[in-house]
Design a protein around this ligand. Structure first.
Ligand code: NDP
Length: 616
């Protein structure tokens, strides 16, 4: 089919109808309620299979300068940037048994980052580390988080296998009291929350799932004792076994090829197919990527962000499937942002989208030999309705004799589980093992959900304050009534597909706030007027909701219901947001500070770490 065939007015109208039908086929009345939390099922679904034995540590009642909740890239980068700003006692509190966050938990076979390693791994300039592959395996990424933490001297004070259970502001001493599930109740002048946005695993509420007699586990708690092998393969425990996978998102697409290699028979229970583009992973020479030159990684990362944010750049340094789809990623290009001509934008956007998705569907036909399987593997929705995926082995796996695709779209997923296996369309598929690649709940682990109670000035509960008036922050980081509490990776800031870049910019910003407060004997707390001004900026942008409202259900759009009310992100993209923050730090940082009522009880002496000024 030519570009004109796909983008003619008739073709676009037909496509719109098809997308609407496919969406309607998939929306479930129970929406997000279809999922279960890990503790809703008997078994060990949430347990940490990777943790060293940390039982028996003494509860802590001491005082630190900064407590960081979460030891993923957000927390580690916050720690590293605070160290760079001279903060001495930094305590990261982490639920997992080590640093790494999502890369600690997700160790499933085949795991790689789908963003180029040279822009995804943060602090490459500072650590001198150069990844070998264009797309790095998960273990290399996890080790890099550990590297940054150790070079920044963050291990000694860190608490692992520990969850923060409450944060309470002490009005008298102007400190936070941090309580944990291990009996700790220590004090911190500042708290940074870096709890991740997709860290609470979710299980499918398939009727009878608790009756299944085989082994079941979520991809973020991989059971290598059962499967054998490592993330690199060698899953000898699955030889001769019938293995089912539920979920064909970014995780499912990565885990299917190694399972297909290892299992006696693999059944892939698909509800909505992913868009699967070319991966072309390869070893990279330092020369190819300009490594070694001072600032090479920062320059490459900025270039990628500008392109995927729709800002454009003279050269495309990364040149992969993300940058090729830049026009479709942030939905609204700067020219349209400025001109406000939505109709013109939508026409251009829809045609580009149709051509891109047609390429992706044509690839399925080229790769998959069985026409019926190929038909079922084709995605019928707009690009980036679901997170785009990339693989040179996923579609190919369906050409193997031991792999069966079971389409469950008409029954909204597996109908029910029995003791022996899964039932779809009245047919029972016997299974020895069911792997759940069913993803994560959005934002539930953060302070926004109320799972981590936060009591600010005067004992006011953050979640109550936000329930009454809606979330209120300055730049997504800080809020009135909650002094010296800084959120990373949350709502009302900006996001991007390269999330570690976002987190690093936010870590730099958090460190600058702390450094400024220390230098001026102040606390970090914006006025209500500064919050109002920021909310007005958020509200004064183009509306992205039309896009999500027309998409197939998934976690991007609350399972087809559209996004929650109210602006949740800076509307002009992450690159523009970072520019705004830099400018604000130079001109207006005082807006987020107010004087302390009494001097801070203990002084900080600079700590050891990777030397980099916060605004490097
Ligand atoms: P997703 O939420 O993206 O996908 C979950 C999958 O499970 C979907 O295919 C969903 O189908 C399916 N599913 C859920 N319930 C059922 C059911 N009852 N029956 C059949 N299918 C079901 O989770 P992922 O873990 O794949 O990805 C989550 C996010 O993690 C990604 O979007 C990305 O942000 C991140 N990630 C990043 C990677 C990287 O390389 N950077 C790699 C992997 C993940 P349906 O679509 O119909 O709801």
């Amino acid at each position: 089919m030519t570009h004109a065939d796909v983008t003619s007015p008739e073709a676009l109208a037909g496509l719109r109808r098809r997308y609407r039908q496919e969406r309607e086929r998939r929306v479930r009345p129970d929406g997000p309620r279809q999922y279960l939390t890990a503790d809703a099922l008997p078994g060990d679904h949430a347990e940490d299979p990777f943790a060293p034995d940390t039982a028996g540590r003494e509860a802590l009642h001491d005082t630190v300068d900064v407590a960081v909740v979460g030891g993923g890239f957000g927390g580690v980068l916050a720690g590293a940037r605070l160290r760079g700003a001279g903060v001495a006692r930094i305590r990261i509190v982490e639920k997992g048994g080590d640093f790494g966050g999502t890369w600690y938990w997700n160790r499933y076979p085949g795991i790689h980052c789908d963003i180029e390693s040279h822009v995804y791994l943060p602090m490459l300039d500072e650590t001198g580390y150069v990844p070998e592959w264009k797309y790095a395996p998960g273990e290399e990424i996890r080790r890099h988080a550990v590297r940054i933490a150790e070079l920044s001297g963050l291990r000694e004070d860190a608490l692992f296998s520990t969850s923060v259970t409450s944060l309470t502001w002490d009005d008298t001493s102007e400190e936070w009291i941090v309580a944990t599930d291990r009996g700790d109740a220590f004090r911190a002048a500042y708290v940074i929350t870096a709890t991740g946005t997709l860290s609470e695993l979710k299980l499918p509420g398939i009727p009878g799932i608790e009756d299944f007699g085989g082994r079941t586990f979520h991809t973020s708690r991989w059971d290598y004792a059962y499967t054998g092998g490592t993330p690199d393969g060698g899953l000898t425990g699955l030889a001769g076994k019938r293995v089912g996978v539920v979920g064909t998102g970014a995780t499912g697409v990565q885990v299917v090829p190694p399972l297909a290699e290892a299992a006696g028979h693999l059944l892939v229970f698909q509800r909505t197919p992913s868009s699967v583009d070319v991966r072309a992973n390869r070893r990279t020479e330092a020369g190819d990527i300009g490594a070694g030159r001072p600032g090479w990684a920062r320059e490459r990362r900025d270039n990628f962000l500008r392109i995927v944010s729709g800002e454009g750049a003279e050269a495309d340094l990364v040149a992969d499937g993300w940058t090729a789809s830049a026009v479709l990623l942030e939905k609204l290009l700067p020219s349209f942002r400025r001109s406000g001509d939505r109709a013109a934008f939508e026409r251009t956007y829809e045609a580009a989208d149709a051509a891109r998705m047609e390429e992706i569907r044509a690839r399925v036909d080229r790769v998959v030999t069985d026409p019926d399987t190929a038909r079922k593997l084709k995605p019928w929705y707009r690009y980036a309705c679901k997170r785009p995926t990339f693989s040179d082995a996923y579609l190919q796996a369906f050409n193997r004799d031991n792999v069966t695709l079971v389409d469950t779209a008409d029954t909204h997923g597996i109908e029910r589980m029995t003791r022996r296996g899964a039932v779809v369309g009245g047919t029972e598929y016997p299974l020895d093992c069911l792997v759940l690649a069913t993803g994560f709940s959005v934002g539930v682990s953060g302070v926004h959900s109320g799972r981590l109670p936060v009591h600010g000035r005067g004992g006011v509960r953050l979640q109550d304050a936000w329930r009454q008036r809606g979330p209120r922050t300055l730049h997504g980081f800080t809020g009135h009534g909650f002094p010296n509490l800084i959120h990373l990776g949350g709502a009302q800031s900006a996001s991007s597909v390269n999330f570690t870049h976002v987190l690093d910019e936010q870590a730099v910003h958090a460190a600058a706030l702390v450094a400024a407060a220390e230098a001026r004997g102040a606390v970090v707390e914006p006025s209500p007027e500064a919050e109002d001004a920021w909310l007005a900026v958020l509200a004064d942008g183009p509306d992205h909701e039309w896009f999500h409202a027309e998409c197939t259900p998934g976690y991007y759009n609350a399972e087809g219901r559209g996004r929650p009310n109210g602006p949740i992100a800076y509307p002009h993209g992450a690159a523009a947001f970072h520019d705004l923050l830099r400018h604000w730090r130079e001109q207006s940082l005082h807006e987020a500070l107010r004087p302390r009522t009494s001097p801070r009880p203990h002084a900080s002496t600079p700590g050891r770490g990777i030397s980099s000024p916060p605004d490097a």
